[in-house]
Design a binder for this molecule. Structure first.
Ligand SMILES: [Zn+2]
Length: 204
């Protein structure tokens, strides 16, 4: 069976049905991990796509766009123009450079208890190194919050230019939309003027 972006981040013990169902139910922000309840902390996060063009797929069970199989999707898909910049959601360390048929060229960045995963990037990836335009990243390298870490590409299993963005907390997948909502809420509290807040798509 060919891999696709929903399969790539598979790890033993993480495909438990209860986890997927809990995520699909759209649990409220009350269920965010302890570290995530600090509203002022969330406001520091940066939306990973510089040129937002829409959300094309959410987290949870879905009918796969290519195969039609119903299976879990461990992230959200954010459409953006081909070649547009991708930013690191949070400061951290590059823990993996991915090259495979599902995720395509991808990056995993670790920030404390969180890992953020970026798939379908343009450029070249291999042997722990990722290159795209002026971006050059190696496993073990530190990245800053908001740093451009790559560009939207068409690598791996994808039907159009988008970023597949995944998020793990202590090794367990969580819905990145919950984090985006927490980021938007934090910004709302700090700055009531919507015109002065960064673009978070529908979550602003
Ligand atoms: Zn995806």
């Amino acid at each position: 069976m060919p891999l696709d972006c929903s399969d790539r981040p598979r790890r033993p013990g993480l495909r438990s049905r209860s986890l997927v169902i809990a995520a699909t139910l759209g649990l409220s922000s009350q269920t965010l991990p302890v570290e995530a309840r600090n509203a002022s902390l969330w406001g520091r996060g940066v939306f990973p796509v510089a040129s937002f063009a829409g959300y094309t797929s959410g987290f949870g069970m879905r009918s796969h766009p290519l195969s039609g199989d119903v299976r879990p999707h461990y992230g959200i898909d954010i459409a953006a123009p081909l070649g547009s910049p991708i930013r690191s959601w949070w400061a951290g360390t590059v823990s993996e450079v991915i090259v495979d048929g599902g995720c395509g060229n991808g990056l995993v960045i670790r920030s404390g208890s969180y890992e953020h995963i970026y798939c379908h990037l343009g450029g070249q990836a291999g042997h722990g190194v990722y290159r795209s335009g002026g971006v050059l990243l190696r496993v073990g390298q530190r990245v800053a919050t908001g740093q451009v870490i790559g560009h939207i590409g068409l690598t791996g299993s994808t039907t159009g230019p988008h970023l597949h963005w995944g998020l793990r907390y202590r090794g367990a997948w969580m819905d990145p939309a919950r984090v985006l909502r927490a980021m938007a809420e934090s910004r709302r509290r700090r700055n009531p003027n919507p015109l002065q807040r960064p673009n978070l798509g529908v979550f602003r």
